[in-house]
Design a protein around this ligand. Structure first.
Ligand SMILES: Nc1nc2c(ncn2[C@@H]2O[C@H](COP(=O)(O)OP(=O)(O)OP(=O)(O)O)[C@@H](O)[C@H]2O)c(=O)[nH]1
Length: 802
């Protein structure tokens, strides 16, 4: 019969077929190979287990029960009855032959809180295997012994007392193998449950039990034991239980009844006669059983020395790696949103605590299954997992720290910005930080505090991550930034103080320069000195706020004074740009206005030359005044430009008027720093000014000559004109042409008079007349000159005139 014979089993158990769960799988096949799904097209133990979460989550809370015994001794029948499994049972009609091949496994389906994994092992003493029988029997027996906590020894009643019977050989094998295992150190006893089949009751069970125990002891005594176990007893390693079942065929009802009673002993954990007590259980977690079974069988198969602790370690290594991976993946998923936030350049607040939480969750999820495995191995793997998680967290921590560094710099910049205002106003220099050194100290501390708080918050507790170097770098950076800012602020303060001084002296300076009195420099020097002294106190106080050394303060004040001088020179240069206008004004005040400050009316009695020269001198004096800065008392009387009466060729000689004086630089050694207008600029000014005033001089002359020529006509001359001109008057009246011309001229004169244009017209006409007269005069003089020096030519002229 094949291994899938199900029909007979379901009927023989008496359990309704629908309640039977057909979860039996071949773990080791007839050839001693572990059944793998892909090879055999059969369901493997692995895939069967993977569908049984209820079993996998049992941890240590399950028992493995295996059955050993002669072939066709009703092992599968019994297992199915006890555990509601569906192991294949031989069809008795087809004869006694091997049904169970290799090792089958199934999970008990008993409607009980207890969980059993049942191993149905190929019968011993079978005809099918032949020569290899002993070897295979040893291997499967060893495999069953390693895995199971309860080992059922199934035996025929008639085999008891027969020392050569198969059951004795089986016991010997089991004991030998057990010693082999115990040499490698074991932890608990295994229960050997003897089930005597076809017990007809003729020999009481107790007697059978005694016989069996005798046999057991004999076998144990005869065993060649390792040194350390020479004096050991079989009871040191095994507990024994004995029970019997009636003949299944002859007494089916009693058989089922007894089987049912036996079944009950697997249901109630609290009952005294409960068979698979906890103390017999192995320390292999349910979820590692498959891997462990695999390892054990592979080791047995290859005839290697079976070292159970090593097997457990190997299992732990394998399983713990799986748990590590599963826990780590879970950690990666939970870390994802945090990672994304940090990688986007944002700060994750409370990173440290969150990290610790994730680490703990990860380790807890690992510990739960891993704690059931080999403790040292599980601990090592746990430590590896912890390191891996911490490394990942550390990478993110480093990124967060980089960002935090940048953020701290921004934080610092914001603090600066808040104090100095917007960039625009800061650049314009209007914003000065008061009490700088105190402020800077606070800003630095706030930035450090900001960094430290988040950094501390980002360290996973107990991770021992150090950020002190970064913090030190930040401190240095902020110190440097503050130094630069301090320089900047000092420069701004210097400018501010300079501006204050010039704001204060600005208006008075304009007034003084406009007045341009001879004591102009004395007044400017006093003005500047007052302003400097007044502001110096404030400046010193402000400098002290910057926590600068005393000598630096002194140097700064010196620079402040010297810069003020420079700026004054600059201001004076600006003021000197209006010099031509001021000179013109000064000249006109003197030349064009009389003593009563009324427009001057030139008469032939006026000494134009002297007045003109005096007016020009007064105006040109301004060039000297504005050309050189005189702030010291001994410099007030100093002249930079002066008149050189002797020289007519150098510098700017007078081109009009009566003066031939030149305007030249003083021979005194001067400080070039104080020069406002250079000599060349002065000469250019003089030249332009003199050219400009030449017209004034000419106009004055013209005005005098005009007034001389336009004096009143005497009355007698008018009477004489009437008497002598009577004929011409009448001729005009009589001649229409003359009359019209006279009317036209008369009308023109009347219109000019009415429009008040007669004076300009006369002025123009008289000028024209004077010009013509002058020209005629020049021609006459030239002719005279020629005639005096060249008589011939005079003769020739005379001749010509003749
Ligand atoms: N005499 C007797 N026969 C039984 C008993 N239990 C089962 N059988 C019969 O014995 C035959 C073999 O039963 P299995 O349960 O297949 O025996 P097995 O030990 O599992 O057989 P293998 O797996 O091949 O070693 C079947 O025909 C059963 O009906 C029993 O208690 N006494």
């Amino acid at each position: 019969m094949s291994s899938t014979g199900e029909t007979e089993q379901s009927t023989s158990t008496g359990i309704p077929p629908e309640q039977i769960v057909s979860e039996i799988v071949q773990f080791i096949d007839h050839n001693g190979e572990i059944v793998k799904e892909e090879n055999d097209q059969k369901k493997s133990f692995l895939s069967c287990l993977s569908e049984r979460a209820d079993f996998l989550t049992r941890g240590f809370d399950y028992s493995v029960i295996a059955i050993l015994g002669p072939q066709s001794s009703g092992k599968s029948t019994l297992l199915n009855l006890l555990f509601n499994t569906k192991f294949a049972v031989m069809d008795s009609v087809s004869g006694r032959r091997q049904t169970t091949q290799g090792v089958w496994m199934g999970i008990a389906n008993m409607n009980s809180p207890e969980t059993y994994l049942i191993l149905d092992v190929e019968g011993t003493d079978g005809r099918e295997r032949g020569e290899d029988e002993k070897a295979f029997e040893r291997k499967t027996s060893l495999f069953s012994l390693v895995l199971s906590s309860v080992l059922i020894i199934n035996m025929w009643v008639h085999d008891i007392g027969r020392y050569n019977a198969a059951n004795i050989a089986l016991l010997k094998t089991v004991f030998e193998l057990n010693l082999q295992l115990f040499q490698k150190k074991s932890s608990h006893k295994t229960l050997l449950l003897f089930i005597i089949r076809d017990h007809d009751g003729q020999t009481p069970l107790d007697q059978l039990k005694t016989t069996l125990l005798q046999d057991i002891n004999n076998v144990w005594t005869e065993l060649s034991k390792p040194k350390e176990y020479v004096n050991s007893k079989v009871a040191d390693f095994f507990d024994f239980e004995f029970t019997s079942l009636p003949h299944k065929v002859y007494c089916p009802d009693q058989f089922l009844e007894q089987a049912s009673l036996l079944r009950n002993r697997f249901l109630e954990a609290n009952s005294d006669d409960f068979i698979p007590k906890k103390q017999y259980r192995h320390d292999i977690p349910a979820d590692g059983l498959y891997q462990y079974s695999n390892n054990v069988w592979e080791t047995i198969k290859t005839n290697k020395d079976l070292d159970l602790p090593t097997q457990k370690e190997m299992l732990a290594l394998f399983r713990c790696d799986e748990f590590v991976e599963a826990s780590y993946q879970q950690f990666v998923v939970e870390l994802k949103p945090i990672r994304e936030k940090i990688e986007k350049g944002r700060i994750y607040e409370g990173f440290g605590d969150k990290g610790k939480q994730l680490l703990q969750a990860c380790l807890e999820s690992y510990d739960q299954p891993a704690s059931r495995y080999h403790a040292d191995t599980a601990a090592k793997k746990r430590s590896g997992l912890s390191d891996r998680v911490l490394l990942e967290l550390r990478t993110l921590f480093n990124k967060q720290m980089e960002k935090l560094y940048e953020k701290s710099i921004d934080f610092y910049k914001n603090l600066v910005q808040e104090t100095v205002g917007t960039k625009k106003t800061a650049e314009s220099g209007s914003q000065l930080i008061t009490h700088y050194s105190v402020w800077a100290k606070n800003v630095k501390q706030s930035t450090i505090d900001y960094y430290s708080a988040i950094a501390k918050d980002s360290v996973v507790p107990d991770a021992n991550w150090d950020y002190s170097q970064d913090l030190q770098e930040l401190e240095e950076k902020i110190t440097n930034e503050l130094e630069t800012l301090k320089e900047n602020q000092l420069n701004k303060l210097a400018k501010f103080m300079r501006d204050i001084v010039f704001q204060q002296i600005g208006q008075p300076l304009v007034k003084i320069t406009e007045q341009a009195r001879d004591d102009m420099w004395k007044r400017i020097a006093e003005l500047l000195s007052d302003a400097l002294s007044k502001n110096e106190i404030d400046y010193r106080k402000r400098l002290q706020d910057f926590d600068v050394k005393e000598e630096t303060i002194e140097d700064t004040i010196k620079t402040f004074r010297s810069n003020a001088r420079d700026q004054l020179r600059q201001k004076m240069k600006e003021r000197s740009e209006f010099l031509p206008l001021r000179m013109r004004k000064r000249f006109e005040e003197c030349f064009s206005l009389d003593d009563k400050k009324l427009p001057r009316k030139w008469s032939k009695h006026d000494d134009i030359g002297t007045i003109f020269e005096e007016a020009r001198f007064n105006a040109e004096k301004l060039i000297d005044l504005f050309s050189y800065m005189r702030l010291n008392e001994d410099e007030y009387e100093f002249t930079f430009f002066t008149y050189d009466e002797a020289s007519g060729s150098q510098g700017s000689s007078s081109q009009s008027g009566s003066s031939s004086k030149s305007f030249v630089p003083s021979a005194v050694i001067i400080d070039p720093e104080n020069i406002i207008l250079s000599y060349e600029q002065g000469v250019t000014l003089v030249d332009k000014f003199r050219l400009d005033t030449k017209t004034d001089y000419m106009n004055a002359l013209n005005e005098i000559s005009r007034s001389a020529s336009t004096g009143g006509v005497p009355g007698y001359m008018i009477l004489l004109l009437c008497v002598l001109g009577f004929n011409e008057f009448m001729a005009i009246l009589m001649n229409p042409l003359y009359l019209i011309m006279a009317i036209l001229i008369g009308t023109g004169a009347f219109v000019l008079h009415k429009l008040h244009l007669s004076a300009p017209f006369i002025d123009m006409a008289s000028r024209l007349l004077v010009d013509v007269m002058n020209k005629i005069k020049d021609v006459v003089l030239q002719v005279e000159h020629l005639s005096t020096h060249h008589p011939d030519s005079r003769d020739s002229i005379k001749k010509k005139n003749d």
